[in-house]
Design a protein around this ligand. Structure first.
Ligand SMILES: [Zn+2]
Length: 205
C-alpha cells in the first residue's frame, strides 16, 4: 500500500525504477510492477513448506527494503512478481512480515480511508474496510501471531491480503469511478514527470 499522504519527496519514475545501492546480489530491491501484471489478479496459494526457510528470509528482507525505498506502508510479494503468499506492513514503528495471513474475525462497522497502492502510483481510492480485524499470520521464522488490528493497520492488512487473493483496490470501484481514477492518475504522473524534469534542469543550470 502506498502512503496516503504525498510529500515533496514523492517522485515517481515508472520507466526507470529505483536502483539499489546494495551490492549483495541477494539483497537487491525487488522490481515493482504496475497494475497490469497478471500476478496481481491471481490468488496466491498458501506456503506449505517448513520454517525456517532461507529463501523466505531473504524475500522478507527484500520486501522490507523495497517498501521503504518506495515510501510504502505495505507491500505484497506478488506486487513484485514473486509468487509467495506473503506481505510486509508498517505497524507501530516496526515492519511485520506476514506469511499465510488470515482474517479470523472482523467488525461489521466499516471505515473509509483514501488508499494508495505502489502498483498504482498516484492513484488514491476510497474503499470500505472493516474497522477492526482479528488477524493471524506467520513470520519468516515460523512464529504464528494472533493480533487485533484497528484503524490504519487494519486497513493495510486488508489491502495487502486482497493482493494475495488477486483483488486490486480498483476492483471495488464502479466502471465510471474506475475510469475517473485512472484519468486522474495519468494526469498526476504527467505532472510529476514535468516537475521532476524541471527540478533536474534547474539543478544542472
Ligand atoms: Zn496495493
Amino acid at each position: 500500500m502506498g502512503a496516503t499522504k504525498m510529500n515533496d519527496e514523492f517522485i515517481i519514475d515508472t520507466e526507470v525504477g529505483i536502483k539499489s545501492k546494495v551490492e549483495d546480489e541477494e539483497l537487491k530491491i525487488l522490481q515493482l510492477y504496475d497494475d497490469n501484471h497478471p500476478m496481481l489478479s491471481q490468488k496466491i496459494p498458501e506456503f506449505t513448506g517448513r520454517f525456517p526457510n532461507g529463501s523466505l528470509t531473504v524475500l522478507a528482507k527484500r520486501l522490507k527494503m523495497t517498501m521503504k525505498l518506495y515510501n510504502g506502508i505495505g507491500l505484497s510479494a506478488n506486487q513484485c512478481g514473486v509468487f509467495e503468499r506473503m506481505f510486509v506492513m508498517q505497524h507501530e514503528g516496526k515492519v511485520l512480515v506476514c506469511i499465510n495471513p488470515k482474517i479470523v474475525d472482523e467488525s461489521d462497522d466499516v471505515q473509509k480511508q483514501k488508499e494508495g497502492c505502489l502498483s498504482f502510483p498516484g492513484m488514491f481510492v476510497t474503499v470500505n474496510r472493516s474497522k477492526w480485524i482479528m488477524a493471524q499470520w506467520t513470520d519468516e521464522e515460523g512464529t504464528i501471531y494472533d493480533g487485533h488490528l484497528e484503524g490504519m493497520p487494519a486497513i493495510i492488512f486488508q489491502h495487502e491480503l486482497d493482493h494475495l487473493n488477486g483483488v486490486k483496490m480498483t476492483d471495488y470501484l464502479r466502471p465510471l469511478a474506475k475510469k475517473m481514477a485512472k484519468d486522474k492518475q495519468i494526469k498526476f504522473i504527467k505532472k510529476m514527470k514535468r516537475q521532476y524534469k524541471k527540478q533536474y534542469q534547474e539543478s544542472i543550470r
